[in-house]
Ligand binder design. Structure first.
Ligand code: IMP
Length: 421
């Protein structure tokens, strides 16, 4: 039995809470993309956590958490998270780190600053794009290299040689030393070295075993996918279901549930087009009530109405079998709620999501207005107890995207979740 949990917007859909809840029934939880750019907010036994690299399975003693090969791993961050969780839990989370995942080195973070790309694209400045770039350019350092230090040192020396030629005037780059960098990485990774291994065969075995439940956890959202998102305002990994197979090294994995997570409205952080963005009082209200500030960077998120053009596209991209809608409580208190069903582009109405960021930038949302609900809903625990307008909003979305809403979340606590399936 396997489920994939995937973000359907520009990240920050509330996947952390949903994966944390579903992970309690899983024997294995696999994170398949991205790095410490992600920020999952999890409330575990009343304590709030922002996790960046460690999958949600880490909170449960019998669950193994896999960091698959499609990830880029910053050992400094991973170690900090692992130590923090070990203290909170009273035991050490069980990890398996793919030997063929790539390492984010300190120079990857520095490169985003040197190149100004962090600022231009509004990235999280965690070295994500430079690390994935090195992977594609075949000059990356892989996790498994830490187990063969002579190889790691050779690779680092070659990478630094190129880097120093590219940045002759950067003191920071010129002072880098392969031996020092390797020692530093090893000191962060030391207690995690036994956790490095072949993730593909472990995942394959778990998927084959009839009695094992596997959950796959996506980071970021479909609209940030490097191929299928609003390029170039995207992240550098494959965030969708298609990317999952490649990351875990298993073609056509037997995953019967593909749960897409989306917020009852939309947020975006960083640069790039956002057709349904709102401003003024409404934006402030959504940001404040929804706590819309980045978990990783603390940046305020832009907010807007639900965009069904984008949602239809990402539901299809991920071949979703069901949906989880989150943060519906944030919309309480509004007389009416707007939903974008189509865009106006060059005087015409279009229903397909444009792939080019500059075209998307020129799209005006065409809204349908539906009744809002004034009452707070964050204490409601039964679907049947929700105001009729909330049920109407959910039914409207289901009709538009053609996939059932299986989970409804009305607050950050695990209890504030209604399972319909
Ligand atoms: P990068 O992933 O740091 O290269 O950033 C590229 C873009 O993706 C920026 O707009 C970031 O704000 C955005 N981004 C990356 N990770 C997340 C996330 O987990 N949530 C929301 N936005 C993200």
């Amino acid at each position: 039995m396997a489920i994939a949990v995937l973000g359907l917007q520009w990240g920050d859909e509330g996947k952390g809470k949903i994966t944390h809840l579903l992970a309690k029934d899983a024997d294995m939880v696999v994170r398949f993309n991205g790095g410490p750019n992600a920020g999952h907010t999890v409330i575990d036994r009343g304590v709030k956590f922002g996790t960046h690299l460690i999958p949600a399975g880490a909170f449960y003693p019998n669950t193994i958490s896999v960091l698959a090969s499609g990830m880029v791993i910053d050992f400094e961050v991973l170690r900090e998270e692992w130590d923090m969780l070990s203290r909170h839990l009273g035991w050490q989370p069980r990890l398996l780190i793919a030997e063929n995942a790539h390492i984010i080195m300190p120079y990857h973070r520095a490169l985003e600053e040197l190149e100004g790309s962090g600022k231009h694209f509004g990235t999280t400045r965690r070295g994500i794009a430079p690390a994935y770039r090195d992977k594609a350019a075949k000059v990356g350092i892989r996790v498994g290299d830490l187990l063969r230090q002579d190889i790691a040192k050779q690779r680092l020396e070659r990478r630094l040689d190129l880097l120093k030629r590219e940045w002759p005037n950067s003191e920071e780059v010129q002072s880098l030393d392969a031996g020092v960098l390797l020692e530093e990485q090893l000191s962060f990774a030391q207690p995690l070295l036994p956790s490095i291994g072949n993730a593909t065969s472990a995942i394959d075995n778990a998927l084959e075993a009839a009695d094992r439940a596997v959950m796959f956890e996506g980071a970021q959202g479909a609209l940030l996918d490097v191929d299928h998102g609003s390029y170039p305002f995207v992240t550098s990994s494959s965030t969708t279901y298609a990317g999952l197979s490649n990351s875990i090294g298993i073609s056509n994995p037997d995953i019967d549930r593909r749960l897409g997570v989306f917020k009852g409205y939309v947020t975006r952080v960083g640069a790039g087009p956002f057709p349904t963005r709102v401003s003024g009082e409404l934006a402030e209200r959504l940001r404040t009530i929804g706590g819309e500030f980045g978990v990783t960077t603390g940046r305020p998120r832009d907010c807007g109405w639900l965009d069904l053009v984008a949602l239809r596209y990402t539901v299809r991209l991920n071949d979703c079998t069901g949906l989880a809608i989150t943060k519906l409580d944030v919309l309480s208190g509004l007389d009416e709620v707007k939903v974008c069903r189509s865009y106006r582009l060059d005087g015409e109405s279009i229903e397909n999501f444009p792939l080019a960021a500059d075209v998307l930038e020129g799209c005006e949302p065409e809204y349908e207005t539906v009744p809002g609900w004034r009452e707070p809903i964050s204490e409601i625990r039964e679907f049947s107890g929700l105001p009729s307008q909330v049920m109407g909003y959910i039914a409207f979305i289901e009709r538009e995207v053609g996939v059932p809403v299986e989970i409804v979340s009305v607050g950050p606590e695990p209890e504030a979740t209604m399972m319909r399936a």
